[in-house]
Every structure is written in C-alpha cells, then in structure tokens.
Design a protein around this ligand. Structure first.
Ligand code: KDG
Ligand code: MG
Length: 395
C-alpha cells in the first residue's frame, strides 16, 4: 500500500478546525485532526508545503518511522505548529492501519481494559447564579458525576468561536485579586449546590503565580476538588513543584506541553496526579501512548485534554486511548457542539456520566468534505488579558 494524496481541510462550523485526509492506492484513506485554535492556517501551510510531499509514495504502515522522520529529521524540533501538523498525519496513518486490519484503534493499542469512560463536562453560563443552577441541573438531569468550572471565562462572551475577532485578539481585563476571591467563593457555592458525591474540577488555566495558586488551593482543600487543573504556567518547572509541595489538592497538568520530554519532570517528580496533555499538541497517538506509559510507571493517571476546539476525531482518539490504557483517570467531554457533527461523523457519545462509542475499524470517524466547504474557514484569534496597569497577562 502506498500514499497517493494528502489533503488539508480547513472549516469553520461555529469553531475553526483543520483536518488531514491521507489517501492510498488501495482505496483506503485515513482522517486526522490538526486543529490549533488561533493558528489553523499556519499548520495547514506546513503540511501542504513541507510534509505532504514527504508522504507521497510512502508505506502508510510505517507510522513510527514517519513520526521520527519529521520530529528528528527536520532538525528544528517540536513546537505547537509542527506537533499539530504531525498529529493530523499520525492520526490519519493510524486510521489507515485500523481500516486495513479491519480493527478499531483500541485493538491496535492492546485491546480494552475497561468498558466505561468516566467523563466531565464544562458548566457554562454568564453569571455565577446561572452556572450554579446549571451545575445542579447537569447532575440531576444529565447524570454527570464530575463537573468542570472556571470562574473568569472570557470565552463565554463568544471570543472562543469564529465570530468577530478576526483582526486581532479581544482584550479582556484581568484583576488577580478579584479572580482569586471569585474562584474560592464560586467553588464553595457549587459544592453546596451539588453535594459531596459530585466530583468538581477547577481549571485555573495557567493564569496564577505560584503563591496565588497555593492561596486558592489551600482554601479549597476542605471542599475536596476532584483535581485542580493547570494552576501555574508550564514555562518554569519549579513553579509546579512549589505548588505541589504546599498543597494536598490533586493536580492535573499539561494541556500546553508539546512533548513527552516537557512532561518528564512533572511525571518523574510526581508533581501531578493526572497528566493532561492535548493529543494534538504532542504529535498524536504515537506520542500519547508513550506519555501514558511513562505516567503509568509513576502511578499517574491520564486526563487527556478534550475541549470543543478539538474535533470529534480527537475525542474519538481520546476514547480509544481511554479504554485501552491501564492508567486512565477521566476524560474531558467537549463533544457537544452540534454543527461540527454535520462535518465529522462518528465519535464518542455521552451517556449518564460516561462516554461510549460504536466500534468501527480505525478511529471510527469521517470528514464530509462537501459539508466542510459549506462552512468556510475564517481566521480568528484567541483573546488576551490585560491587568489594570495595562500589562499583558496570558489568557
Ligand atoms: O483553545 C484553548 C482551549 O483549548 C482551552 O482554553 C480549553 O483550558 C481548556 C480546557 O481545559 O478545556
Ligand atoms: Mg484547561
């Protein structure tokens, strides 16, 4: 079997996505997700200009070799653009392998070790009151066992989607003291509303300094967070260690990591309880299985990043990893945006606090190119924050 064509598909069904489709001379093709929120076009250019020509004529089954060829062979290693591009290709190659073997991806990864995938969903709303009411409803009506909160969410105003912010990032004001106060108050109110049995995850979104994160987390200890996510930025590894040493709250970390080497200090130091990489950002399935194996060695669980700015293809890949990894912890479920399901078929379904998926050969998803063309791509930016004195703060 030989690769004969590589397509990139940019589309905006309410949110920007970049898909990769790899066609072979056998008629079998594979699909992958290379979406990088705010930089999709650049990833597509890298694939079209530099990587697709390297794939033509190659055996699609040599997945590991192609991964190493791109990662090490380009000399300039890694980075979000490169790893997202590599992921789109890596997923499509695993999809081809599964389809040609007639087996779902999880079988290629070693087979199922569990039947159900525990998941959590975001509680969204404009005000705290709205979010508290919704959290209680999610638990009562939708049967969610774990919910995820974030206090200051600029994205709630539509900045996350494709509407409006195409000429530059939206600027959101940010006052750390307000957010620290709101976070603690909000968490406590939600705990009171949903009771003791519901897991509560709180995403601090890499926004806080180590001492601010510790202040928040110490106050929350007695309210039993399921975990606190990304309390500090990933740039300085010692910040995470500082937070770890000063609080007893379970920590999940890693959606901004770009490789297993970036994860290494957090894993070998056991500074985290859950490793939370985004499969696209680390270069796909080939790298994810290595990160999961490293984490298992240190008794650390996985909680792969799964927001709705990655497509059902990535949610499906997460699911295949979740059912076949021994050290699965929990899965973020951002599978709900309905428009994307017109473009991508397949993917996991939510049922009573768990994700399920119909087993099909490969990843089990397909991209409808005609539907994708009906939602033309528009460049959009993620927001930024500025503090009261005008200085920039990461979003
Ligand atoms: O594009 C940015 C999002 O993927 C990110 O803000 C979502 O932090 C996130 C999460 O935990 O889902
Ligand atoms: Mg997050």
């Amino acid at each position: 079997m030989k690769i004969i064509q590589v397509k990139t598909i940019l589309t905006s069904p309410n949110q920007n996505y970049l898909f990769v489709k790899i066609l072979t001379d056998s008629g079998i093709y594979g699909v992958g997700d290379a979406s990088l929120n705010g930089r999709e076009q650049t990833v597509a250019d890298l694939i079209d200009t530099y990587l697709a020509p390297l794939l033509i004529g190659r055996d699609p089954e040599q997945i590991e070799d192609f991964w190493q060829f791109v990662y090490r062979g380009s000399y300039w290693r890694g980075g979000n653009i490169m790893m997202s591009a590599l992921c789109g290709i890596d997923m499509a190659l695993w999809d081809i392998l599964g389809k040609s073997a007639g087996k779902p991806l999880y079988v290629l990864l070693g087979g199922k070790v569990r039947d159900k995938v525990l998941c959590y969903s975001h509680v969204l709303g404009k005000t705290q009151e709205e979010k508290i009411a919704r959290a209680a409803e999610y638990v009562r009506v939708r049967g969610l066992k774990v919910i995820r909160l974030r206090a200051g969410l600029p994205a709630a105003n539509g900045t996350f989607k494709v509407n409006g912010h195409q000429n530059g990032p939206k600027v959101e004001p940010w006052t750390p003291e307000d957010e620290i106060y709101n976070t603690i108050e909000y968490f406590i109110r939600i705990r009171e509303a949903v009771g003791r049995d519901v897991g509560i995850i709180y995403d601090l979104h890499e926004r806080f300094s180590p001492d601010q994160a510790v202040r928040i987390m110490r106050k929350l200890e007695e309210y039993d967070p399921f975990f606190i996510e990304d309390p500090v930025a990933p740039d300085c590894v010692d910040s995470l260690r500082y937070v770890r040493e000063k609080t007893a709250v379970p920590i999940a970390f890693g959606e901004l990591y770009k490789s297993r080497w970036e994860c290494l200090p957090a894993i070998t130091g056991r500074w985290v309880d859950f490793i939370r990489c985004d499969i696209i950002r680390i270069g796909g399935i080939t790298e994810a299985k290595k990160v999961a194996a490293l984490a298992e060695t240190y008794d650390i669980k996985t909680a792969w990043h799964g927001p709705n700015d990655v497509s059902p293809i990535t949610h499906a890949v997460n699911w295949h990893l979740n059912v076949s990894e021994y050290n699965f912890g929990i899965q973020e479920d951002g599978t709900t945006d309905s428009l994307i399901h017109q473009v991508v078929t397949g993917g996991p379904l939510y049922r009573d606090g768990y994700l399920t998926m119909e087993a099909r050969p490969g990843i089990g998803c397909d991209v409808d190119e005609e539907m994708a063309a009906r939602y033309p791509f528009h460049k959009a930016y993620l927001p930024v924050c500025r503090q009261e004195d005008g200085s920039l703060h990461s979003w």
